[in-house]
Design a protein around this ligand. Sequence first.
Ligand SMILES: [Fe+2]
Ligand SMILES: [Fe+2]
Length: 266
Amino acid sequence: MQRMIAVDKLARPDTHILVPLERMFQARVDQGFSPTNVMPHEEDFLKGRLHGIAAGEMQAMEAAGRTLFDFPDAPWEFQLDMARQVWDESRHAEIFIKLLDYVGSYLGEFPESEVLWSCTQVDDPACRVAGINRGLEGLACDVFEQIIRLAQKMGDPVIERAVDYVLADEITHVRMGSKWMRKLTEGDPERLRQAQAFQDNIDSLFNFQGARTTQDEAPQVPVEVGGRAIDFDATLTIAREARMLAGFSDEEIDRLLKAASRSAAY
Ligand SMILES: [Fe+2]
Ligand SMILES: [Fe+2]
């Protein structure tokens, strides 16, 4: 079987569309929207957001499986962690597909981004866990915390609890990424530097015009979501507590905040 397979080899129904993240952003700009729908300002925010996550969970499941397959010589404990992650992500995919149904959507209603799969196109397991487990699943902690608080304000315990259960798993996946990025690069500072640089590239993709900050500091703006008017953060905040539980150091979170507040990604 072939290693490092291309994104068009992923098994999807003919009706599903996979596109590069940049093309999704550009399509939104072309229609007069902001490049991302990170904030609940739009009518279909919740559907779009839950769809993005459901597709991300599918790719996370597929990617952990591929990492297990692509690196047969990696330590046994690493392979076991990847196998466990496949199982976790398959449950997450089921949960989010059910949540899509709950909000009146379905998998395939929106295009699917290739961003997570792009992190499997690297021939080093340390880079893969840095990019996927620490970069993208660290971002997932931020996104999930946002949805949980949104669901609390909407008074929707179904979404709140479902996402909270998944967040608990994601914290373990980020922690797993931190552990293996360090273990696999032990005694090889250049390899560690490359893995960290790979993660930095992912982090900078999601800086959102340098407007990201913490929950305490985010300005509140009035928005309407699910037919209810609420005050909510003006930006996608960085979930300091969840990230610390996941093994990010204070210094790493501060570095992320500093990079996110000075970068103009778009
Ligand atoms: Fe997940
Ligand atoms: Fe995960």
